[in-house]
Structure formats: structure tokens, C-alpha cells
Design a protein around this ligand. Sequence first.
Ligand SMILES: Cc1ncc(COP(=O)(O)O)c(C=O)c1O
Length: 414
Amino acid sequence: MNTADNAPSILRQKDPEVATWLQREDKRQATTLTLIASENHCSAAVREASASRITDKYAEGYPGKRYYGGCEVADGVEELARQRAMQLFAGAEDANVQPHSGTTANLSALLALAGAGGRIVGMMLKAGGHLSHGHDKSHTGMVFQAKQYGVDGTGRIDLDEVRKVCKEHQPKVLIAGGSSYARNIDYAAFAAIAKEVGALLLADIAHPAGLIAAGVIPSPVGIADVVTMTTHKTLRGPRGGMILAKKEIAKQINSSVFPGSQGGPLVQQIAGKAVAFGEALRPEFKAYQQQVKANAAFLAERLMAAGLDLVTGGTDNHIVLVDLRKTDVTGAQVEERALAAGLSVNKNAVPGDPRPPMVTSGLRLGTAAVTTRGFGRDQIATIADVIVGLVRGGDAERFRATIQGLCEAFPLPR
Ligand SMILES: Cc1ncc(COP(=O)(O)O)c(C=O)c1O
């Protein structure tokens, strides 16, 4: 078990209180299976880079043009991350690896392209979009004039509705992408709608970035004007954001990240991103992403065979969104039962959900983290059966030993 190996011994000596918390987290992860679609387990190499001494360095500005001295190493690390990012996402003309998060990446890109008070259109949170796509509780819904589109009765994006909302609202930026959308997105169709109304297209690939980098599902790079993402979900890097932009808007985007939205970049996270992109350029990463996708498809098949409904009736990526409306349980109840069994999942609204966000009628599952642990069909079959059992009211304690057995047989990567 790698909990003891990972225990930060200097930290334990200097600050046992924090060390104990972090050790508890090591143990929690080691003894739980993560099916939260936005989480993954990054490598020890990524964690080492992100915990390195470069965290001390201020490096406001960009490689070769910094507001501080002593940035030659920060320059080298950032340029390496940028070059690897552009190699990974074929066709990318510029990469900004500084955004602290996916939300900052979106806010920076939207401010650059729409301007404060500008009009934007994105997918509703309830339909599978993200808060930072113009939700009224997000600054993106306050700073911009935002209108949102939903999905059709089957849970799929309705391009006619997207066009209708765009024609009415005349946005400067149209956003394609979501947080709980299990299907491929027709980026060319989105680009055509954006063109029709004179908007720029922002593709937010925070969730499927790893699948896209590996060429396992279609890429918006080269189609969308700007592509934003997080680096810590399927891409399996450190926590953070990234923006890929067409050359003609790169300068605007870069100024919007710094000095517009952030001060000094988190150079240690940029080092971690460089390591993760290096890992993603290796052939094993493609095989990993193929398995992520195959595991999600099999999980979907198995849950449906057991009688559960899925939004859109399946998946094209790593996400499976279970619609619990025909059962007698809520998303919150299943989340709680799953945790008791050792499965980390999250309740999630389904399109048209009558229940509030803290309850919901859905369960969002993702296969990125368990595939990192080495899961294949047999293990996916087991967890599908456990989930069905939990939904049908089975005693969580009954499944605990099964999940523990899987955790021990498939330890966290080192
Ligand atoms: C589509 C999408 N965009 C942006 C984000 C925001 O990322 P962060 O949590 O790093 O701000 C997320 C996070 O879940 C996301 O799913």
C-alpha cells in the first residue's frame, strides 16, 4: 500500500497535523474507487514536479518577457509545456499554460473575445453545461450578457435550438462543451452556427481533453477559435487550466490571462503540466484513453441491461449519466450509499430534473480514474452490478468487501 510510502516525512516532523490530514487523503484514495468523472490519479512524476522548489518563483509575464529577474528556469519549463501542448493537440497554433483553473481559462478567454458586458451563448448547467458558461451564479453570467441553450428530449444537443438562441441573442462568443455531456460534439456544426451569426467559437474540452489528445474522439482544435480545458481530468495532469488559440487571437488571450485575470503563474503547476503532456505524448496514453472509452461504453451497456436509464441512452466518452427518475431513489441517496460501499460518485442533475441541485435525479459516473488503476471489463462489470444493487436498495455494507478487494488488487499508480 502506498500510503506509508507517500507520507511526507519532513512534513510529519514539522507539522504532524497537516501531515495526518494528507495521509488520511492518501488512505481515502487508496481505499475508495473514484468514479467521479472529473477526477483522475496523476502520476508520481507529475506530483513531484508540482511540489518542486520552483513554487517559490515569481514569473509574471511570459517566457522571455518577465517582470522579475531569475526566470530563466521558469522560461524553460513554460516553453517546454507550451511546445508539448501544441504537439499533443495537433493543429494548435498557440498554447497558454498559465490559467490556474478551467474557470479562469474560460473567464480570461471570454473577456478577451466578448469584452466585459459582451454577449455570450453556452449550454445550461442543467442540460450538462458548466457554471463558467454563463450561469447566473458565475461571474460569467454577471459580467456578460449570457443566454443559454438546452438539450432535446433524449438529452442530446439540439443544433436547431443552438442556432435559434444565437440568432436571437447575436453573441460574440458561442461556447460548445460541458461537464456532464456524454456524447461527441459536432464542432464543425457549432463553427458554422458561430459563423452565421458572426461569433467566435470557444470549445471547452475540460472533460474529454485526454480522449481528444489521444485521438480517441474528435477534436475541435483547428475548428474552434479558442479551446479551453482543465489539465486534471481525463488529461491526467496536475490541477490547472490551459487555453489553445488561433494565432490571430493569441495576443488578446495572453493579455487577458496576464495581466488581465491573474498575477504570477503557478510555475510548479506548469512544470506538472509539462510532465503530464510528456506522458500523454507516449503510446501508452492512447491505449489508456481507448480503455477509458471502452470501459465507459461497457459500464453504460451493463447498467442499461440491468434496467437503468441513461441520459442519451449511452456514451461516446468517459461519462455515463444515469437518470434515476424512474427509480425510487435520488442522486443524493445513491451518492451516500455508494460512499458507504467505498465508491466515490457524484449526484448530478439530469436534463429537466425536477429536484434541486443538492438532491438531483441523476448520477454522473466516469471511468478515467479507475482505468488509471488498471480496470478492464471484468472490474467494470463488478462495479456496474454494485451500482445497480445500490440503486435497487441493497445494503451498502454488503458491497464494501467487494470494493475493498478491487482497491487492493488495483492499487493507486505510483
Ligand atoms: C466543462 C468544464 N469547464 C470548466 C470547468 C472548471 O474547471 P475548474 O474546476 O478547474 O475551475 C469544469 C470543471 O468541472 C468543466 O467541467
